[in-house]
Design a binder for this molecule. Structure first.
Ligand code: ZN
Length: 128
């Protein structure tokens, strides 16, 4: 059995974000994970419960992509960021802020947006 949840569960998780019902999974030992998975990689627990994702996250790191791979060239320039939401870190695209003004510790909310180039759904952060 794989530790990673199947792709369908990632889509369901994006649905939950769109529905304002975002969640992460947490084992009995308090290890939080995203995307959702079936087994805690840290302690091997299979008792993972859904917990509501906090309303706001804080930017933990960010990178401005000015030259993207062809797959995302129409998206560039864009900012990818890792934001901490309680015990979990989420990677997404930061929008609604000038790339030069992004700072560690900025508070963001999470939503689902589309890649400009492909139209695929993606995790998007916006300033709160
Ligand atoms: Zn654990």
């Amino acid at each position: 059995m794989s530790e990673q949840a199947p792709d369908g569960e990632y889509d369901e998780w994006l649905d939950s974000i769109e529905d304002d019902a975002g969640y992460y999974v947490e084992c009995a030992n308090g290890h939080g994970w995203l995307p959702p998975r079936r087994i805690c990689p840290k302690c091997g627990s299979r008792e993972l419960a859904d917990e509501p994702l906090p309303d706001g996250g804080t930017v933990a790191s960010h990178t401005t992509i000015t030259v993207a791979t062809p797959q995302f060239e129409d998206d560039a320039p864009y900012v990818t960021a890792i934001a901490d939401f309680g015990p979990v870190a989420v990677t997404g695209i930061l929008r609604g802020v000038d790339p030069d003004d992004v700072a560690i510790g900025d508070t963001v909310r999470i939503e689902v947006g589309e890649r400009v180039t492909t139209g695929d759904r993606a995790v998007v952060f916006r300033p709160r």
